[in-house]
Ligand binder design. Structure first.
Ligand code: NAD
Ligand code: IPM
Ligand code: MN
Length: 368
């Protein structure tokens, strides 16, 4: 049987730096675990715009549709900020998500013991934290029509539209309930049903899916603003959070800081099963291209590495190997290795992006 296929889209800024460490880990799995992947690489974001005048070519889009999993680094950068909207680097990523129909974005926030002191919150608030934010990724205000900047009378008006169909809400709700059954069996759904009709529908549909299909899972509802407050007050009350595209974007950056750094948070963007039974999937760290530290060997590769661990789990069903990689990350953090974003008054051994990747590989070797 052919090896599973992976398309790497490293992107811009620190994307290629953190993805470089993932490539080493992919090679390690081939050499040491007999897990060989057919890896190809292509451009997305600003680098694709520079080469082709578009942040994602049709050819790359087609490849992404055909492979077993896409690994993405990050896109964007200040040099592209004034480009027309249609060719901004971020549009490349949004097109991948939309055309692959990756409606469920799993953003786990786990606080590793070694970093519990490092969070800006008190240690007992974050120690042992393990929550999963399920962000709807293909609809809502990111994609709703009408949108644009128009002229009305003698002034400009900027318009975006929050739009959700019943089936879009139902499918992401099912993803959240399925995940909850394998975890703490609790789902909290967040919207603003107090001010938005789309929020009223969101709440109703999530409740209906629960009552009909998942009555065994504990379901609660919260307004998203109160949810943000509760996430910082006592995040351990949550197990799975399900929310829309925009609220999920905000709440997951907030959750990142519960774990210590945005450089720690992985994600899996999943769609419907393909003919081979694997879900359509793209794995991407939650962070961006970090222009402020790009090109300096300072980026934390852990979010990107843990995103590959999610690929092992959700695309390739290699659960033991996913655990092995997560434990290797835990080990290097426990050993005190710290990229710049993780350096605080507690100290630690400062390391570069590459040294962090090498240490994780050494920990993988030690696990054999
Ligand atoms: P960002 O996530 O790139 O950076 C925010 C802060 O976190 C910066 O100080 C950065 O140095 C730090 N940081 C992020 N990742 C890190 C890592 N791995 N290691 C160490 N420090 C890290 O967000 P931003 O500055 O708001 O956006 C920069 C660009 O990235 C923008 O063009 C934005 O659109 C884009 N972006 C892309 C993605 C993506 O590709 N998925 C996600 C978010 C932002
Ligand atoms: C993220 C990013 C993206 C988003 C951007 C880069 C399109 O912030 O993945 O969290 O807003 O979804
Ligand atoms: Mn974001």
């Amino acid at each position: 049987m052919a090896n599973p296929s992976i398309l790497i889209l490293a992107g811009d800024g620190i994307g290629p730096e953190v993805m470089g460490e993932v490539k080493k880990i992919i090679a390690w799995y081939g050499d040491k675990r007999g897990l060989a992947f057919d890896v190809s690489e292509d451009l997305v974001g600003g680098c694709a715009y520079d080469a082709h005048g578009t942040p994602l070519t049709d050819a790359t889009m087609e490849k992404a549709q055909e492979v077993d999993a896409v690994l993405l680094g990050a896109v964007g950068g200040p040099q592209y900020d004034s480009l027309p909207f249609a060719v901004k680097p971020e549009r490349g990523l949004l097109r991948l998500r939309k055309e692959m129909d990756l409606y469920a974005n799993l953003r786990p926030a786990q606080c590793f013991d070694a970093l519990a002191d490092f969070s800006s919150l008190k240690k007992d608030v974050v120690a042992g934290l393990d929550i999963m934010i399920v962000r709807e990724l293909t609809s809502g205000v990111y994609f709703g029509e009408p949108r644009g900047v128009f002229t009305e009378g003698n002034e400009r008006v900027g318009i975006n539209t929050q739009r959700y169909t019943e089936s879009e809400i139902a499918r992401v709700a099912r993803s959240a309930f399925e995940l909850a059954r394998k975890r703490g069996n609790k789902v909290c759904s967040m919207e603003k049903a107090n001010v938005m009709e789309s929020g009223v529908l969101w709440r109703e549909v999530v409740q209906e899916i629960h009552d009909k299909e998942y009555p065994d899972v504990a379901l609660s509802h919260m307004y998203a603003d109160a949810g943000a407050m509760q996430l910082t007050r006592w995040p351990k009350q949550f197990d799975v959070i399900v929310t829309d595209n925009l609220f999920g974007d905000l709440l997951s950056d907030l959750a990142a800081m519960l774990t210590g750094s945005l450089g720690m948070l992985p994600s899996a963007s999943l769609g419907a099963p393909m003919a081979n039974g694997r879900p359509k999937a793209l794995y991407e760290p939650v962070h961006g291209s970090a222009p402020d530290i790009a090109g300096q060997g300072k980026a934390n590769p852990i979010a990107c590495i843990l995103s590959f661990a999610m690929a092992l789990r959700y695309s390739f069903n290699e659960l033991t190997e996913a655990d092995r990689l997560e434990k290797a990350v835990e080990k290097v953090l426990a050993d005190g290795l710290r990229t710049g974003d993780l350096m605080g008054p507690e100290g630690g051994t400062p390391v570069s992006t590459a040294a962090m990747g090498d240490a994780i590989i050494a920990a993988l070797d030690a696990s054999l």
